[in-house]
Write a protein that binds this ligand. Structure first.
Ligand SMILES: [Fe+2]
Length: 230
C-alpha cells in the first residue's frame, strides 16, 4: 500500500495520500491549495490516478485544495452532508463506504469541532480531522462547534475503536505524526475527564485566538465557494 503524509508548515496541516499500489487509483484527504504541485508530482511519479479527494470539514486555517485538484485531475470531491461547499460532488453520510481500487474507507460522523466534521476509518487507521488530535482535540468555539457533540464523537465513536488503531489527525503543532487510540485514551489531557460537563468546561475555557487566515479561509472554503484562481 502507498501511504504518504504531507505537512503544510504554514498551517501545520497534515494531508494524506492513499493508494493500494503503483499505477492504481488514489485518494487524498485534506489537501492544502498551496501544495497542490507536491501532490501532483507524487501522483505522477507513482503513476497514480487521483479519483477522490476528501475534506474532513470546512477548514478555517488554510484554503482547501479540493477544488483545484478537481480542476486539474477531474477527481470527485467528497465531504459530509451538510458541508456548505458547492465544490463537493459527492456528499457522504455516516457509516458509508468510500471505495477506490482495493481500498475502502468507512465514514464516521464526528461533529463537535464543526457541525460538518467527519472521520474516516481505513482498517487499522483512522483519519480524525480536527475531532481528535494527538494530545488534544479540535476547538469547538466557532463554525457551529459544540463541545457536547464533540464529547459524544470522541467517547462514543472514536475511542470505541480498537486501541491499536492508528490516529492520523489533520493537524499537529509539535511534530507528532501518528498516535493510537490506546495512547490517546491514556495520555491525551483532554480525555482524562469523568463527565461531559468536565469536558465542556475545559473546551469553553480555552481562550484561543482565531486562526490567522480564518477570515480568508472560511469564505473561500465555504458555499458559495469563490472560484479558485489558477
Ligand atoms: Fe479545523
Amino acid at each position: 500500500m502507498i501511504f504518504e503524509q504531507f505537512f503544510d508548515k504554514i498551517s501545520s496541516t497534515y494531508t494524506y495520500l492513499v493508494s493500494s499500489g503503483k499505477g492504481r487509483e488514489a485518494l487524498i484527504i485534506d489537501p492544502v491549495l498551496e501544495n497542490i504541485n507536491d501532490y501532483i508530482n507524487i501522483l505522477n511519479k507513482l503513476e497514480l490516478r487521483l479519483v477522490k479527494v476528501i475534506d474532513t470539514h470546512i477548514h478555517a486555517d488554510h484554503i482547501s485544495g479540493i477544488g483545484e485538484l478537481k480542476n486539474k485531475t477531474n477527481c470527485a470531491t467528497l465531504m459530509g452532508e451538510g458541508a456548505p461547499a458547492d465544490v463537493v460532488s459527492i456528499y457522504v453520510k455516516d457509516n458509508e463506504k468510500i471505495k477506490i481500487e482495493n481500498i475502502e474507507l468507512l465514514t464516521l460522523y464526528t461533529p463537535g469541532h464543526t457541525d460538518d466534521s467527519y472521520s474516516f476509518l481505513m482498517n487499522d487507521r483512522v483519519f480524525t480531522g480536527d475531532t481528535l488530535l494527538i494530545n488534544g482535540t479540535g476547538r469547538t468555539d466557532f463554525q457551529n462547534g459544540n463541545p457536547y457533540d464533540q464529547y459524544k464523537s470522541l467517547f462514543e465513536r472514536l475511542l470505541k475503536l480498537p486501541e491499536e488503531t492508528s490516529i492520523y489527525p489533520a493537524h499537529d503543532y509539535k511534530g507528532m505524526k501518528v498516535s493510537t487510540i490506546g495512547n490517546e485514551k491514556k495520555f491525551n489531557p483532554r480525555l482524562q475527564v469523568s463527565s461531559v460537563e468536565e469536558y465542556v468546561n475545559i473546551m469553553n475555557n480555552l481562550n484561543l485566538q482565531n486562526p490567522k487566515l480564518m477570515d480568508i479561509a472560511i469564505p473561500k472554503n465555504s458555499y458559495p465557494r469563490m472560484k479558485v484562481e489558477k
